[in-house]
Design a protein around this ligand. Structure first.
Ligand SMILES: C[S@@+](CC[C@H](N)C(=O)[O-])C[C@H]1O[C@@H](n2cnc3c(N)ncnc32)[C@H](O)[C@@H]1O
Length: 380
C-alpha cells in the first residue's frame, strides 16, 4: 500500500501549477506601465511575481515579502492581488521608486510640479552642492537648474508629493547629464539647456500622474524599509510572512550603487556607504583581498536563515537568479542557493529555467553575459 504524505502532495501540486506557465514571457511589454516610471537595472518583468503570487498564494493574514525589492515589482503585484507586502532594499533610490509606485497618487502632485518649476525659474542663484566630478557629468547651467528645482522640492510639506517630485527628477538625471546612457558610462555632449530640462521634468511628472491613475491596487498596505538585509532581524517584521518573491543581487554582476551614483549624490545620499554594503557589487571582487563566492554563500545563508525565521510553516520562497562569473570562473548561483536552502531546512518544490529577453539591455553586460535565469521555489 502506498502512503503519500500531505507534504509530498503539496510539492507535486506546486510543480504542476508552475508547469502550466511559459515563464519566458516573450511578449512582455513594460513600456507604459507603472514599472516604467524609473529605470532600474535587472528589474523583474511583472509577469514573474504576478504569476508566482497567483499560482502559489499565501495563507490568510500573512503578507508577501521581497527582501531585495529594488524598484518594487513584487510589491506592486502583491498590491494588485490584494495582499499586504513588505519590501526591503539597501539602495535609497530603490526605496524611493518602490514608495512612489505603491503609494496612492498625491492629489496635488501635478500642480506642485508646475509650481516648483515656476519658483525655480524665478529663484535667485542657488549654491550647487559639492559633488565629486560634477563638471565632468553635468553642464554648469544644468547643475544650477537642478539645484534650484531641488531647493523648491525640499520646501514641499506633503511627503508623498515630495517623493513623487524627487522621483520625477531622479528618473531624468541621466538624460540631462553628459552620461551617454543609463548603461554606458562615457561622457558625451548632449543638447540640453535649462528650458528643456524643466520641460522634461514636467513631462515626466505628467506621465507619472497618467500611469498612476491607471493603476488600481486592491490594497495600499505596503511597507518599505531602506536597510541592509544583513542587519535586519526577525523582530523588524510587523507581519508574518506567507510568501517571498525576490531576486537577490548576483555576485560580481551589477553595481546598483554605481548605476544610481549621481542620483544619490543629488538627492543627498552617500553612494559610497551604499557601495560598501551592497551584496555582490563588482567593486568588492576587484580589490586587494577581494571577495569570493564563499562570501556570497555566507551572505545568502544569513538571508535564508532570516527568511526561515519569518515565514510561516507551509509558506514558500521564490528566488529568481542567474549565474555569474568571478575571475573567469562561472558560478552556478542557482545550485548554490538550492544547497543553502536545503541546509537551512527548506524543501525544494520547483526549479524552472527561463530565457531572458535579449531586449532587456541591462542584462546584456559583457562581463556577466547572462542569458537564462532560474526560478527556484522552496517551502518551509
Ligand atoms: C536584482 S535587484 C532586485 C530587482 C527587483 N526585483 C526589481 O524588480 O526591481 C537586487 C537588489 O538587491 C539590493 N541589495 C544589494 N545588497 C543589498 C543589501 N545588503 N541589503 C538589501 N538590499 C540589497 C540592490 O540594491 C538591488 O536593488
Amino acid at each position: 500500500m502506498f502512503c503519500i504524505s500531505a507534504k509530498l502532495l503539496q510539492m507535486v501540486a506546486i510543480e504542476d501549477k508552475l508547469s502550466q506557465v511559459n515563464w519566458d514571457f516573450p511578449d512582455s511589454d513594460t513600456k507604459e506601465n507603472i514599472n516604467s516610471i524609473h529605470p532600474y537595472p535587472a528589474k523583474f518583468i511583472p509577469e514573474i511575481p504576478r504569476n508566482l503570487i497567483r499560482l502559489i498564494g499565501l495563507p490568510p493574514g500573512t503578507c508577501v515579502l521581497d527582501p531585495f525589492c529594488g524598484s518594487g515589482a513584487t510589491l506592486v503585484e502583491a498590491q494588485m492581488a490584494g495582499f499586504p507586502a513588505i519590501g526591503i532594499d539597501l539602495n535609497p533610490i530603490a526605496c524611493l521608486i518602490s514608495q512612489v509606485k505603491t503609494r496612492p497618487p498625491p492629489a496635488d502632485f501635478l500642480d506642485s510640479s508646475i509650481s516648483v518649476v515656476e519658483q525655480a525659474k524665478k529663484s535667485k542663484r542657488t549654491a550647487v552642492p559639492k559633488i565629486s566630478n560634477l563638471d565632468h557629468w553635468f553642464q554648469r547651467d544644468i547643475q544650477e537648474a537642478i539645484a534650484r528645482l531641488l531647493t523648491q522640492v525640499d520646501h514641499i510639506k506633503n511627503a508623498s508629493t515630495k517623493d513623487a517630485l524627487y522621483l520625477s527628477l531622479s528618473s531624468i538625471l541621466v538624460r540631462v547629464s553628459n552620461q551617454e546612457s543609463d548603461t554606458r558610462y562615457a561622457a558625451v555632449h548632449k543638447k540640453v539647456d535649462r528650458e528643456s530640462f524643466y520641460a522634461l521634468f514636467l513631462n515626466t511628472a505628467a506621465r507619472l500622474t497618467a500611469i498612476k491613475a491607471l493603476n488600481k491596487p486592491k490594497t495600499n498596505e505596503v511597507e518599505i524599509a531602506c536597510k541592509n538585509i544583513l542587519e535586519v532581524t526577525p523582530m523588524d517584521f510587523p507581519h508574518s510572512v506567507g510568501l517571498v518573491v525576490t531576486s537577490p543581487p548576483y555576485p560580481n554582476a551589477y553595481e546598483y550603487w554605481l548605476y544610481h551614483k549621481y542620483r544619490m549624490f543629488w538627492l543627498g545620499y552617500d553612494p559610497i556607504q551604499v557601495k560598501n554594503q551592497e551584496i555582490g557589487a563588482r567593486a568588492h571582487y576587484f580589490k586587494k583581498n577581494h571577495q569570493t563566492e564563499h562570501d556570497f554563500r555566507r551572505q545568502m545563508r544569513n538571508v535564508l536563515e532570516l527568511l526561515w525565521a519569518v515565514i510561516v510553516k507551509g509558506g514558500c520562497i521564490c528566488i529568481i537568479i542567474g549565474r555569474s562569473i568571478i575571475h573567469g570562473r562561472t558560478i552556478d548561483n542557482a545550485s548554490m542557493l538550492t544547497e543553502i536552502a536545503g541546509e537551512v531546512g527548506f524543501t525544494s518544490v520547483g526549479n524552472i529555467s527561463r530565457q531572458i529577453s535579449s531586449s532587456r539591455k541591462t542584462f546584456n553586460l559583457s562581463h556577466a553575459n547572462i542569458k537564462t535565469e532560474n526560478i527556484l521555489v522552496f517551502r518551509k
